[in-house]
Structures are given as C-alpha cells and as structure tokens.
Ligand binder design. Structure first.
Ligand code: CTP
Ligand code: MG
Length: 557
C-alpha cells in the first residue's frame, strides 16, 4: 500500500515536470526531430563520413588568435566549420568546403626536422601549426572557446541534479551532460577517416566505419571508439551478372578461413598504425579474441580505439539501438542514467572482466521497456515485420532484418513518467528470475535459459550467443543487491522529489552517492548484502575467474 502511495506521488510529480521545461534534445543522433523527418541511420552515417573526409586536425599553440588562424587557413579554401578542444595540447578541427583545399594545405606543409629524431614521412591530415615568430604570442589575446570532450565530475553532476524539479528532469539533465556533443561526434568520424587513409594504402576501396556507442545514440563523452574496416564497401554495391561466354575473377592469395584472412589484414594494419600512423600510440594486436581486433590510443583526439574487420553484425546491432534510442526520449534518458548509476557503483568497469558491460545493461533497459504495459518500444520481431524490401539483411547466415524508416513505427501509447520507470526498473531487476530466465529483446519475453551462465541475454542477431557470457554469479548478485538497495531508497519519504529548504541529495542524485553512503542509508533497514569483506572476497574471486578464462569484452559473444 505504501508503495502504491509512493507511486501515485511520483506520477503526479512527473506530470508537473512534463508541464515545465522539457529538456530539448539536439539534432541527428541525439535528437528529437519528429520521426517522420528524421534521417535514417545510413543517411546520417554517409553525411558524417563525407564531412570527415573534408576535415583536418591541427595542433595549435595554446594562445592563438582565432581570427588570424581562420584567415590563414582560408587561403586554402572556404571553411565550413571549426572548433577547438584540449587533448595533449590545443587542437582545432577544421572542415573545408572542398576536398581540394586539403590538398593545397598538404602541398604547403613541410616535414618536421630535428637533430635527434627522424620523421617517418607519412603525409596525413594531422598537422601542427607553428608560429613564425615568438612575438606573435601576446598576453592579451582573446581566449578561444574550448569544446568539452569529457563529462563533468560526478560530484558536480550530483549537485546539478539536486536542483531539478523531478526525477524525470534529473534523468534528462544527466543525459544532456553525458551524451556526445556534435563536435565530439565529428572528431570520432574524423579519426575513422584518418585510419581509413592508412588502410586505403593497401585496400583502396576500403572504408573505416564507426559502430557501437559512438553512433548508436547511447554514447557518453569519453567512451571508446569502435570502428570496423570494411574491405569491399564499393564492391558490394555493384551487381555482377555473368553474360556471354566468359566471366572474369581476380587471382588472390587464399587462406584457410575468413577468420585467418581478417587476422592477417588486421595484423598488417596494426603494424602500419604503429610504424607510421600519426597520433596512434600503444598499438596492441588482440587477434585471438572471438572478434579479432587492434586496440590503440589516438592521442590527439583522446580516444581509445578498437578496430575490427568485417564486423557487419555489430553494425546492424548499432543501427537497431539507434532506432530504439530515437523512438522515444525516455529510452535514452533511462539508459544513460542506469549506465551512470552502474558505473558509479562499480557494477561496470572500463577494464574488461566478469562485470556486466554497458552493452548488456542497454539490452536490459530495452527489455524492461518492452515489458511495460502498454510497451514503450516494440520487439525486434515487430520491427522485422515492418521491414521493407531494402531493409532485408542476412549477414553470415544471421537474419538482421528490421525496418530502417522510423516513420513506419507506431509510437507507444504508454505515458509513464521516468520517475515511475526508474523505480520500476530497479524493482524489475531486483526481483528477476535470473536463475531460470533469459532476456530476449527479439521476442520481448523471458525465455527459458538455454545455458547455465548466471546472466543470459540473447544476442539479437547471432541468436545462439549470450551477450553476457562473461558475467559471473558474484557480479550478477552485486547488480541485484544494488538494484534492491536503490529501489528501497527511492521509496523513502522525500526521496522522490526535492524537499524545500534541504540540500539532501534526492531521487537520482541519492542513487549516485558513493556505495558506502547508499548502504549506510540502507543499513537502517535489514541488510540484504554480505559484509564488505564478503564483497571484496567475491570481487577477488571474479578477478581470478576472469584471469583464468582469459576473458575480454572482445570475446563475449
Ligand atoms: N557487441 C556485440 N556483442 C558483444 C559485445 C559487443 O554485438 N558481446 C557489439 C555491439 O554492437 C556493441 C559494440 O559491439 O555496441 C561495441 O561494443 P562495446 O564497445 O563493448 O559496447 P558499446 O555499446 O560501444 O558501449 P561502451 O560505451 O561501453 O563502449
Ligand atoms: Mg564501445
């Protein structure tokens, strides 16, 4: 009864929040344009890729006169857009209107010389702007505006959330703070395009395409950059029909399997990036993973990059998430908030291991939203039924078909507020029968678990795989315990809304307080979790298991 009462209170508060300012979302991948005018995932990707090919990255002196800088570069051609940011020095991203401008810039650029080092003369679109004389730097330059590339610290975020008017508003504020900015997204596509320049030296028709959270609408500032090398981007488009007596094919080197071919190609690209890829450092080959990859840091952009090859299924899962993220603003707000909550409490980690991953968490949120009554988002099977002829995709025997035109999808009649959805999410997973059931977004229904893994989330396209195979029992239990603790906190009086005259964190802000504070609150009630020593023991246990099985996120199915 008390719980139902709390819900009523939350609902009424949510309604008033909806009447106040709705947090405006920005255009394209982050957007709220109506579904009928919104671009498809493919159209957006094409547009961004083209933009990136016209763009250069320039390391600049930190005190630079923006006007003079633009005037200098304009001699090479018209500039469409530019911005500055900080990562190992000040950098400018400059998009020219014509590709030829970059060629004239390259023709003017010189090769660096130094007495004790030698440059490897690979000419890329990464430059350094040098001042002709030290006198050019004067103290009273108007300072340039630097675009943020990282999220605000968690304590600042908590403070901000405390000023909101409802939990719903808190979740939208968190999303605004964490989501990728337009500038950051441009930089991500630019890095892909720079890596492509290296790959095309061997495979002129190849493309390097971002996937994962950079493009699926769930990317957070600072997240890794997943990209894949597509070797026959051009070939695939051409229909080849044999006519007449002859047909012709290439003579090529053959290897035992597609996997071996991928490993060889990635191995060579990795050597190239390491030897002459400007800005690419700490290049690592991880070729024995289920999905072979090259991992490196792109220092001037500040991104950790994972390059895979021929990973078309992952591309489809990115598009699927893009669709879900674009359908209803509540989807992204809940996913961002749950990811943040899980990260703060160490449920997810930047290190691969037996932890739940962001990707798994996203699937769990989507599944929960499919289970609402009425559902907030459609199941994958429903999206498949809406698909047109051009949407048909069979990738390596897996059916990856679903509708790409957002205007075909009927919007949900569900009007639940995020206040309700957040607490229902915690309740749902705090009591989910993980021991019996698997999570399946294709059907939008629990299924019997086909294997013994503690957490079973069916891969929506490679349907025999479990996305969360890496997760062990201890980690799953930590997640469930946290969901229960958090759910309990939200149900406390004064937790669902700001209390006048009090600075006490409430709502989402309360859920983001360090675990110690959270369980101290919880301690007032009966403890449902083992003592700290137990938790440390289970963490050590999971580290050990992980070490023994040589797990990495890359081979999680
Ligand atoms: N992927 C997958 N199966 C997995 C892991 C990953 O299909 N077990 C695909 C998904 O399309 C995922 C992408 O690979 O989006 C990138 O994986 P990862 O970087 O782990 O997840 P992201 O969604 O990019 O999230 P994050 O922000 O944590 O990087
Ligand atoms: Mg990623």
């Amino acid at each position: 009864v008390a719980r139902a009462g709390a819900h009523e209170k939350l609902r009424s508060l949510g309604a008033s929040a909806a009447a106040t300012k709705k947090y405006p979302e920005q255009e394209d991948v982050r957007g709220s344009e109506s579904n009928t005018t919104r671009k498809t995932f493919q159209e957006l990707q094409k547009e961004r890729q083209k933009q990136a090919q016209h763009t250069v990255l320039i390391n600049c002196p930190s005190k630079i006169n923006e006007k003079k800088f633009l005037k200098y570069l304009s001699q090479y051609g018209k500039i469409n857009s530019h911005f500055f940011y900080e990562s190992y020095g000040t950098h400018a991203v400059v998009e020219f209107s014509e590709k030829e401008s970059i060629e004239s810039l390259q023709a003017q650029a010189s090769i660096p010389s130094s007495d004790d080092e030698s440059a490897v003369p690979f000419k890329s679109r990464l430059f350094a702007l040098k001042l002709a004389s030290a006198l050019e730097v004067s103290g009273n330059q108007p300072s340039i505006q630097l675009q943020k590339q990282l999220t605000i610290p968690i304590n600042k975020l908590i403070q901000k959330l405390c000023l909101a008017e409802s939990i719903e508003q808190q979740l939208y504020i968190l999303t605004e703070e964490h989501q990728l900015t337009d500038e950051n997204l441009r930089l991500r596509f630019l890095v892909c395009s720079l890596i492509r320049d290296v790959a095309t030296a061997y495979f002129p028709e190849s493309a390097v395409i971002p996937f994962g959270s950079s493009v699926n609408t769930f990317g957070k500032l600072g997240c890794d950059l997943d990209m894949f090398l597509d070797l026959d981007a051009v070939e695939r488009g051409r229909m080849k029909k044999a006519s007449g007596t002859f047909s012709i094919e290439y003579q090529m080197k053959c290897v035992p399997s597609g996997r071996v071919a991928t490993q060889r190609i990635l191995s060579v690209i990795s050597e190239c990036l390491d030897s002459f890829g400007p800005g690419c450092i700490s290049v690592q080959k991880i070729l024995n993973a289920r999905c072979p990859l090259v991992r490196f840091s792109h220092q001037p952009a500040g991104f950790q990059c994972d390059l895979t090859a021929n990973n078309r299924v992952a591309m489809r899962s990115s598009e699927l998430l893009y669709i879900y993220g674009s359908l209803d603003p509540r989807v992204r707000a809940l996913v961002f908030s749950i990811r943040c909550w899980a990260r703060v409490h160490g449920i997810t980690s930047t290190i691969p291991g037996s932890w739940i991953t962001n990707f798994s968490l996203t699937m769990m949120v989507l599944f929960f939203l499919q289970k609402r009554n009425p559902p907030i988002i459609p199941t994958l099977d429903q999206l498949k039924n809406l698909a047109g002829a051009a949407d048909k995709h069979i990738v390596e025997g897996n059916d990856c078909t679903f509708v790409s035109d957002l205007s075909q999808i009927k919007l949900s009649e569900n009007t639940e507020t995020l206040d309700v959805l957040l607490s229902e999410f915690l309740e749902f997973y705090g009591n989910f029968a993980f021991n019996k059931n698997s999570i399946n977004i294709r059907k939008g229904k629990e299924q019997n678990k086909p294997a013994v893994s503690p957490l079973y989330i069916q891969n929506p396209f490679e349907q025999t795989l479990n996305i969360s195979k890496n997760v062990n029992q201890a980690q799953l239990e930590r997640f469930v315990a946290l969901a229960r603790d958090s759910s309990w906190i939200l149900q406390q009086e004064n937790m669902g809304h700001p209390s006048i005259g009090s600075t006490q964190p409430w709502g989402m802000a309360a859920l983001l307080l360090p675990s110690a504070a959270l369980s101290a609150n919880k301690d007032k009630k009966k403890r449902q979790r083992g003592p700290a020593s137990e938790r440390i023991k289970s963490l050590l246990e999971s580290l050990k298991t992980n070490h023994l099985s040589g797990n990495s996120t890359a081979d999680n199915g």
